[in-house]
Structures are given as C-alpha cells and as structure tokens.
Design a protein around this ligand. Structure first.
Ligand SMILES: [Fe+2]
Ligand SMILES: [Fe+2]
Length: 236
C-alpha cells in the first residue's frame, strides 16, 4: 500500500481543481512545502500556544488566545472583508454591463450621494458580497458578516432584499416566483426602508457610466464599522 497522502498529487498530476484562483488558467501543483511551518503572528511580541488540539488547551492557553484575539480581529476583520470584495474586481460578467464588484461600489456610491448614514453606505457596499460565491442566500451571507455591527433595520433589509428585488424582475420570462412576495411583510417596520433601498439603489446600480467611487473611498468607513463593539464574539 502506498504511503502517499490521499490529498497529495502524484508526479505530473494536478493536485487541485485544475484552475488557479482568479487567473482561470490550468495549473499543476505539488504539496505546498509548508509542512512544519507556523503561520506568522500578527505582532512580533505575540506568542503561539504550543498545543495543536482544542481538547488539550489549558486555561493559560485560552488566556493567551483571548488576549491576542481582540486586537487581531480589530485589525483583520475589516481588512479581510475588503479583500473578499476586492478579489472580484476583475471578474467577468454574465451579461450585465458591470460585474458584481462594480455593482457593489455603485450601490454604495448612490447611497452616499443620497446622504445615507455611514453604516448604510457600508451595508450597501457589502450587500452583495456573496452574490457569486453564495447566490441563493447571498442576503443571509452579508447579514451574517455584518450582524454584530449594524442596526436591526439594515440587518432585516440585507436578509430580505433579494425577495424585495423580485418586484423589479417581473419581466423575467416564465419566472417561477411571485414578484409581489414582499407583500407578506407589508406593515413591517422595515418594509418601506427595504423597498426604498432596493428601488433607489440596488436595482439601478448597474450602469457603466455612473461616476462610481473607488473602494479606497469606502475603506475607512468599513474599518470604522468593524471597529464597533461586537454584540458577540466566537470562542474558538
Ligand atoms: Fe442582492
Ligand atoms: Fe445588489
């Protein structure tokens, strides 16, 4: 029986899906040669825990992790959300004149130009961050990302915006949805806001000629949003 690891490619074979992420060209990979390497710590004076299984962590280990966790999240969470968005900057479109990245920027620019508050501008920027990776529940994707930092009004809007979009999709031939499905929530305190967000910004933000702000314009806003005290913080 071979001692080759199940995930390790044989000589001359591709070890991944056959595509280099972002480049869309065939690649050949081998093992990453990082066996034994530790990932660098964010700060030079931080320490690693020496244990490698959660079951074995001591109270001292947890104290160390929790001390380094908060500044790590404060520094990295906004950066990672922005990276997730920016990696789609040059994505191709399936027919719309602008890709999802530009739609996100344009939605945020429209909200900013209309005088919406900073939280709403960031919510607009990230409302479709999962649109390609997680299309069928991309509203929940964005809601989960931002839930600890935004108002109930914007959280509800993120969760429901795709259904509220359906009234603008009545022209889809043989559509299998109810364009008026949003009426289920008529009278809800956040109904009008969600309908307005979709109508005024979301469904219009697909124009290649709209003077759209670059991501760098929104970065400080994203950093300030994620710097708000989180409602909860995961343990592991
Ligand atoms: Fe959406
Ligand atoms: Fe959208």
């Amino acid at each position: 029986m071979s001692d080759r690891k199940a995930w390790a490619p044989e000589m001359g074979q591709s070890g991944d899906t056959g595509f280099d992420i972002g480049e869309r060209r065939p690649t050949k990979t081998t093992a990453d040669n990082r066996c034994g390497d530790r990932s660098p710590l964010l700060e030079a004076d931080w320490r690693y825990i020496e244990t490698t299984e959660l079951d074995d962590l001591s109270a001292e280990d947890w104290t160390l992790l929790n001390r380094q966790r908060r500044p790590y999240y404060a520094d990295e969470q906004a950066r990672q959300a922005l990276r997730f968005l920016s990696c789609s900057e040059h994505d191709r479109s399936f027919g719309y004149q602008i890709n999802n990245y530009r739609h996100c920027l344009q939605t945020a620019t429209m909200a900013h130009n209309a005088g919406e508050d900073e939280e709403t501008v960031v919510v607009a920027l990230l409302h479709d961050i999962g649109f390609v990776a997680c299309p069928d529940s991309h509203g929940e994707f964005a809601a989960s990302l931002l839930a600890n930092y935004i108002s109930e009004k914007n959280l509800w809007m993120l969760r429901h915006h795709a259904i509220f979009q359906q009234i603008h999709l009545a022209g889809v031939p043989d559509h299998g949805f109810d364009p008026d499905e949003r009426e289920r929530w008529r009278g809800h305190p956040f109904f009008e806001w969600t309908a307005n967000f979709v109508d005024r910004y979301d469904q219009r933000a697909m124009c290649p000629h709209y003077d759209t702000a670059p991501l760098s314009f929104f970065e400080p806003m994203v950093q300030r949003l994620f710097a708000r005290p989180a409602r909860t913080l995961t343990v592991d």
